[in-house]
Design a protein around this ligand. Structure first.
Ligand SMILES: [Zn+2]
Length: 216
């Protein structure tokens, strides 16, 4: 039975790497995948991982009908055996409904990869809809780590180096350059609640408030 599978995790947990691995394994067996992404770090029309791998993808633009796109492609003789969607948290709920229809009506597996919650610890609408509709949800096992060594479960946004908990849900930043205007960092819940990024921890290293917690 074809499935809609939601692979979820924090930033930095290897989602895109796994997406590329699934793509590699299936294309090596002669299967043809349709890859969608949205706002990838490598730019429009690319699916890239932090490990440096990259492949071509179709930008799942706002308002795009993903089901209609696939029907159109297949009706013109395009071969599509499965679908991969990276950065799925950025999809509109309606687009997630379209992916469920791809599974049910076109009989294709759909593997969606995304972050569940934003920097305010609120669900992204796309991820919420995936949790509601997915046949299966997989929490990625490549666990990101907070600066303290604990498992990182929450995404923090920094602006000019300071952690913020208010603002637009989607602002593209760079986890590799958190000191610039908008950056992101993964933290454990304890340090997310205390707004304690690695930079803040280093700055206040003498405070008992920032003693590292023992990793679980
Ligand atoms: Zn921590």
């Amino acid at each position: 039975m074809p499935e809609l599978v939601f692979f979820s995790g924090t930033m930095d947990c290897g989602k895109s790497t796994l997406a590329l691995q699934i793509e590699h394994n299936r294309s090596a067996r002669g299967l043809q995948g349709m890859i969608f992404t949205r706002d990838d770090r490598a730019g429009e029309g690319k699916l890239s991982s932090r490990l440096g791998l990259v492949t071509d993808a179709v930008e799942a633009a706002e308002g795009m009908d993903l089901y209609g796109y696939l029907v159109d492609r297949m009706s013109k003789g395009g071969k599509v055996d499965y679908v991969i969607v990276d950065e799925a948290q950025f999809l509109a709920p309606r687009q997630v409904d379209q992916l469920a229809r791809v599974v049910d009506d076109l009989g294709l597996d759909v593997f969606a990869f995304g972050i569940t919650t934003d920097f305010r610890t609120k669900l992204f609408p796309g991820s919420q809809r995936l949790i509601e509709l997915a046949d299966r949800i997989e929490t990625l096992q490549v666990e990101a780590m907070c600066w303290c060594g604990a498992r990182a479960t929450h995404n923090a946004r920094t602006v000019g180096g300071e952690m913020v908990v208010e603002g637009e849900q989607v602002v593209v930043g760079d986890v590799n350059r958190p000191a610039e205007e908008v950056g992101y960092e993964v933290l454990c819940r304890r340090h997310h609640r205390r707004r304690m990024t690695s930079a803040a921890a280093h700055a206040g290293a003498l405070s008992p408030d920032v003693l590292p917690v023992t990793p679980a």
